[in-house]
Design a protein. Structure first.
Lengths: 485, 464
């Protein structure tokens, strides 16, 4: 990989690049799924290539190729420089980068069991057992299970001298039961929806989930939802489970703090952000008990946003985003940090693969735990709704107005869950919502969730992000609008 | 813009600007090597060679500018009724041997694949011409010059532009050990622009196989005009309104129906058409096809198994009549395969990929003129499914939302959230424009008209 990188860096420099960095990535993936007890997807893939990013004439250029011969790599590097020079045709200012130390290092996330060394038969047998168990419930009409494993080996080299080798092993699994009856389709997922739970771990993550042990309940709840009362409409107290709250953090904190969005770089597609520069260290984002960090360090946990160095060669770090309710930080890169006068990058730049330009991506954007036990929080709630497991999500292009629905809800009366509710939904304005938070559960209830498919950029890139959260309570939230007539 | 590409052609450009896209002969040679290496009962090889480039601009400057070149070799093997797939992007002998071995190992490690049919033999595919040298030959300089010209104009008007200008080429080959060989090549160009003022914005986008059919300057002017027209947006109370959906807005919500027309979706009872086939659930003016040969469509005329894609009448004057079927699904549902199968093995079955909603004769101006009160929508955003059977979707308006009163546009309004059933929407269409190729963000490009719809359900309003 070093030789390939050097071919690229040498050619970029020879063609006039004032800065260049390259990523050689070797990605291996296994994907398995079942549907109604039968194998659905059974596939493996590998992809090896190089992405070359350069600054020439004060503008960015990027080119990638999977032709890793000396000629192929050099042609790609020359192309990146030619692209940068073309970019300079429409340039209002030259690119500036905040300084970064030279790093020569190697990093790998710890894991216990290599998922690619676990027999395929064993993995399929586990999925099938969970699938079969869900289908034992009368009224379940469709079941799906899945596992995804990814090994990403990458070598970063920059014209400044950094040489960083990293290996990330990622695992994920989940299941879902559907029930169609009375012209209504209900579903329940475990451990979360849209693919389950994903983390920078080995197969031990899947084994800890106990898919089979949870399968019967998942099926039963999917069927029971048909008989449940409709979630009411109006202003209510709600408690969100940790997986739904993780997505709330992702959409209403994680995206708006991306500095490239704030600076208008994503305006055409993903949108901009209400968190304009004047709001830094001034906006009361949330109530005082709310603390959110962007933490890519391993000590935060094995999240999908955990790494040793980002794709600009900047070490993983922890940035306070919301501190006692106050908005305190953005996600930054070397060029965007320079634009707002910061001295260092926050180290949040990643690319989906070797053929994608690295850009600001969420690391692990986590709501730090509070002090409540879930039992005490429920007991302390006279009249509310507990909502679990995301079913749909939508937010406007400045990240003000959101609407979420969850798979299941529970009416809380007098401190107890009294009955199941179907089709729960809630909506609101981001800062009003976060300022209505009055209780957050403790670390005992805290989970670092993985979102494996966050989309951003043009061409679109899918990225894994991490979000830690424990259940939390919010007052006076609008519920039920999604199903209003 | 078209001047730049024609200039390039005169100079005798390579087949694909500054990138090597393997020829069909090269792809065939790789496929033959793979087939020879396989000891499976049956083997299928799919190859996709891609050379794409994209110029991205924001704040009136090019800030990202990329190019990629990839070749994916995907191998499916069958052993005694079991099948699996492995893919690589390496073409050396050892890598090809490894990908065949991986596909074989995976297939042998699992139970029989339910309802697996023998691979199809030779097929006859429709001929479509979707390769345009002008698109393939477009250079970074061509795209950058067009962007430079546009952003200079927006800056002069004290507006801010952001967008993309992309060009690319794809060459694909699908072949199997039964003698099937299907090939396809396509170029694609796309221009998208958002023009912003302090409290307003406008957007326009177009795509096609031939770059010469795109007019970035006109699209930029259209977006700029919308930004001007929506200045100082007023807040409108949520509720049910007549809406005029421009084609991209109609596409992004109606396009969410596509998988509901899959035979597998109905079989799995997750389609909103479950128990509704043959019933008149849409308006008389709604007729929907899937038609890969439509002149404004893109895409290969064969499916993931190499079967010819057929033209299918999905909705006939308000009545959902037909579904699309992969071979395996067709057998299960006692129907005929339509050539819409996804690459095997998969749990999804099939999907229509080339939707064409028949249009009418009303212009957008006419829809506005004939509206006492309503909302004109340029673009919808972040659309997600709230209720899969009633097909209630939620999402936001964006980049040009206007109040229409007494037959004219009276100004911009703050963006609104909707919670709207697509079934209800397609039953409430009052006027249709001519069907055009539309490009949005949430659904696949399709051919669809602008539409005027009564009682569209807006539930909340945002702050801008």
């Amino acid at each position: 990989m070093l030789q390939i990188a050097n071919w690229a860096l040498d050619m970029a420099k020879a063609r006039g690049a004032t800065y260049a960095d390259v990523r050689v990535m070797d990605i291996r993936q296994r994907e398995l799924s079942t549907k109604n007890g039968e194998v659905g997807t059974c596939a493996e893939s590998e992809s090896l290539g190089i992405g070359i990013r350069v600054i020439a004439n004060g503008a960015w250029g990027f080119a990638s190729t999977d032709q890793l011969t000396k000629e192929g790599v050099q042609a790609c590097a020359a192309r990146a420089v030619a692209i940068a020079k073309a970019s300079a045709l429409a340039k209002t200012h030259g690119v500036e980068l905040v300084p970064e130390d030279v790093h020569v290092d190697s990093w790998q996330n710890p894991y216990i069991k290599d998922p690619f060394r676990i027999a395929l038969e064993r993995q399929l047998a586990l999925l099938k057992a969970a699938d079969d168990e869900m289908r034992k419930v009368k009224g379940v009409t469709l079941t799906e299970t899945g596992m995804v494993f990814r090994r990403i080996e990458q070598f970063f080299a920059s014209s400044a001298g950094s040489r960083i080798h990293q290996v990330k092993m990622q695992s994920g699994a989940g299941m879902v039961a559907f029930s169609f009856a009375n012209n209504e389709l209900q579903k329940r997922s475990y451990p979360s929806s849209f693919g389950g739970q994903h983390a920078l771990e080995g197969y031990e993550l899947v084994e800890r989930m106990d898919l089979v042990g949870h399968a019967r309940r998942v099926g039963e709840e999917a069927v029971a939802l048909h008989s449940a009362a409709q979630c009411p409409e109006g202003a209510r107290t709600i408690i969100l489970d940790s997986s739904q709250l993780a997505l709330q953090v992702h959409e209403s904190v994680g995206h708006p703090i991306e500095l490239d969005r704030v600076l208008g770089m994503e305006a055409n597609m993903a949108g901009t952000s209400f968190l304009t520069l004047d709001k830094l260290r001034k906006l009361r984002y949330a109530s005082e008990m709310v603390n959110v960090v962007a933490d890519a360090r391993l000590e935060h946990g094995p999240g999908l946003g955990t790494f040793g160095y980002d794709d600009e060669g900047v070490p993983a770090q922890c940035t306070p985003i919301i501190t006692a309710g106050l908005f305190t930080g953005y996600l930054t890169s070397r060029d965007t940090a320079a634009m707002i006068g910061e001295k260092h990058s926050g180290g949040t730049v990643r690319g989906e693969s070797w053929n994608r330009l690295p850009m600001i991506r969420m690391t692990n954007i986590s709501l730090l735990p509070g002090t409540w036990s879930l039992e005490d929080l429920l007991a302390d709630t006279d009249d509310g709704i507990y909502m679990e497991t995301n079913r749909s999500w939508s937010i406007d292009d400045k990240r003000y107005h959101f609407q979420f629905s969850t798979e299941i809800g529970w009416e809380i009366k007098g401190g107890k869950k009294v009955r199941m509710l179907k089709n729960p939904s809630y909506s609101g304005i981001t800062t009003e919502f976060w300022n209505s938070c009055d209780a957050i559960c403790s670390r005992d209830h805290w989970t670092l969730w993985g979102t494996p498919n966050c989309g951003k950029g043009q061409p679109m890139q899918s990225m894994g992000t991490g979000h830690g959260a424990s259940p939390a309570r919010f007052r006076n939230v609008k519920v039920g609008v999604a199903f209003s007539s | 813009m078209r001047q730049a590409t024609s200039r390039k052609r005169v100079q005798g450009p390579p087949a694909v600007a500054e990138a090597h896209l393997p020829s069909f002969a090269e792809l065939r040679r790789i496929a033959e090597r793979v087939l020879k290496l396989s000891e499976a009962d049956e083997t299928e090889v799919t190859m996709d060679a891609v050379a794409d480039a994209l110029t991205r601009f924001a704040n009136n400057t090019i800030h990202q500018h990329v190019a990629e070149q990839t070749l994916t070799i995907s191998v499916r093997t069958v052993f005694d009724g079991s099948t699996a797939r492995a893919a690589t992007n390496k073409t050396d002998e050892e890598s090809l041997r490894r990908v065949v071995a991986a596909a074989s190992r995976l297939a042998r490690s699992q139970p029989k694949y339910p309802g697996l049919l023998p691979m199809p033999g030779t097929q006859k595919h429709a001929k479509v011409q979707r390769w345009f040298e002008a698109t393939a030959a477009a250079t970074p300089q061509d795209r950058a010059r067009a962007v430079a010209r546009i952003v200079q104009r927006t800056a002069k008007e004290k507006q801010t532009a952001a967008g993309t200008y992309s060009t690319g080429a794809t060459r694909s080959l699908l072949t199997n050990s039964k003698g099937l060989a299907a090939s396809y090549e396509q170029t694609r160009a796309e221009f998208s622009i958002t023009v912003m003022e302090e409290h307003s914005s406008g957007w326009a986008k177009a795509s096609g196989a031939d770059i010469r059919t795109l007019d970035p300057d006109a699209l930029a002017a259209q977006a700029a005009q919308k930004a001007v027209a929506s200045r100082a947006p007023r807040e409108l109370a949520p509720g049910r309104y007549t809406v005029i959906l421009e084609p991209a807005a109609a596409l992004d919500i109606v396009g969410f129906l596509f998988y509901d027309f899959a035979g597998t979706a109905v079989l799995d009872q997750r389609s909103c058409l479950t128990k509704r086939l043959g019933k008149k659930i849409f308006g008389e003016n709604i007729t929907l096809w899937d038609d890969v040969t439509h002149p404004q469509q893109l895409g290969a005329p064969f499916d993931g198994e190499g079967m010819p894609r057929q033209k299918v009448l999905l909705v006939d004057r308000g009545v959902p009549r037909n579904l699309v079927y992969a071979r395996g699904t067709a057998k299960k549902m006692k129907a005929k395969p339509t050539g819409h199968g996804l690459p095997l093995p998969n749990e999804w079955g099939e999907a229509p990929m080339n939707l064409v909603l028949e249009g009418g004769n009303s212009s957008l101006d006419e829809m506005v003129r004939r509206s006492e009160r309503g909302i004109l929508v340029t673009r919808l955003w972040y659309i997600r499914e709230v209720d899969p059977y009633e097909k209630i979707m939620t999402g936001m308006t964006r980049d040009g939302t206007f109040l229409v009163e007494n037959g004219r546009i009276v100004g911009g309004i703050r963006n609104l959230r909707f919670n709207q059933s697509i079934l209800e929407l397609l039953a409430n269409v009052e006027m249709l424009g001519p069907a055009v190729r539309a490009s949005g963000e949430e659904a696949m490009d399709m051919v669809i008209p602008a539409m005027k719809v009564r009682d569209f359900h807006f539930t909340e309003v945002t702050k801008f």
